[in-house]
Design a protein around this ligand. Structure first.
Ligand code: GLU
Length: 300
């Protein structure tokens, strides 16, 4: 484990105790492509936060999307992180190995009446949004127009009996009303009042898997004992939904630190397809790990 910057808690060390709530951070990439300098920044950010606070750094592979995730990308992630000089505590958690955890949480939310089946295809949603005179938009584009929210129980049962596939969406108005006013702490921007409605009725279980990003990430951070979630600012609004899920499922709330997302010279967000920015390309170009750490924003 790379713990060069560990700063121990003097008092607890003297008493031979571990700190009551040691910081636990994580890096949670999806194996859908090669890691680039933006991922290196995110991984180093989380790793350093754990190191300076004498805590633990975990690695989680977010691979619920079996159509886009590939084992060779997971191998490349492990190789790249190791080459960068990062070590993690404990075994790697692979989301695909924990579907029962997600099923359990979905069952809990369903029994609370917070979910409804959505039979829409992507094309259905697009045409519904195009037809609407005013389609509400959130930070990630048009919100789900609510087509399936008002289906009768009989209609839902009939469609399910026909064998139509469906996702499960969170009824965000109902869930927010049940949870009441919620807040969370961002270490960079201070206390945030949650406003999950701005993301609309998000999907919590996809048609092919009993989970979605929002559900799996919230549950995993809890199950892994993560105390500080560090991730890019692009996921800032998603945290409101995660806070709501924590309240509904009776989970604790970690602290958050959303950091800037790395961009290229033209200000565009780095993407996995930008081959030149990948760690593999940096390595092939003969750069050392120390040079790449510095390029990613963490000079030694
Ligand atoms: N798996 C997500 C990604 O690769 C990160 C999830 C998170 O940090 O909450 O963007």
């Amino acid at each position: 484990m790379a713990t060069a910057w560990v700063a121990r808690d003097k008092e607890t060390e003297d008493l031979g105790m571990t700190p009551a709530r040691a910081t636990v951070t994580r890096f949670a990439p999806s194996p859908t492509g090669l890691l680039h300098l933006g991922h290196a920044y995110a991984a180093l950010f989380a790793w350093r936060a754990a190191c300076v606070e004498g805590g633990r750094f975990l690695l989680r592979i977010e691979d619920i999307d079996r159509t886009r995730c590939r084992p060779e990308f997971e191998t490349a992630i492990i190789d790249d992180l190791t080459w960068l000089g990062l070590g993690w505590d404990g075994p790697v958690r692979r989301q695909s190995e924990h579907m029962d955890d997600y099923r359990g949480a979905i069952g809990q939310l369903d029994s609370m009446g917070m979910l409804y089946p959505c039979f829409c295809t992507r094309a259905d949603i697009q045409s519904e949004v195009a037809r609407a005179i005013t389609a509400p938009h959130g930070p990630e584009g048009p919100l789900y127009p609510g087509t399936c929210r008002y289906l009768s129980a009989a209609e839902r049962a009939a469609r399910i009996a026909e064998g139509r596939s469906y996702a499960l969406r969170l009824d965000i108005e109902k869930a927010s009303a049940q949870a009441g006013r919620l807040s969370w702490l961002d270490r960079a921007r201070g206390e945030q009042i949650a406003w999950p409605e701005r993301l609309g009725d998000v999907v919590l279980a996809r048609k092919e898997v009993p989970a979605s990003y929002h559900l799996a990430v919230t549950l995993d951070d809890h199950l892994q004992g993560v105390t500080l979630v560090t991730r890019g600012e692009d996921l800032f609004a998603a945290t409101d939904v995660h806070r709501l899920l924590q309240a509904l499922l009776g989970l604790g709330t970690p602290a958050y630190h959303h950091h800037p997302v790395r961009t290229d010279e033209s200000g565009r967000r780095l993407a996995k397809r930008d081959r030149a920015a990948t760690l593999a390309a940096q390595r092939e170009a003969g750069r050392s790990a120390a040079e790449v750490r510095a390029l990613a924003g963490f000079p030694d």
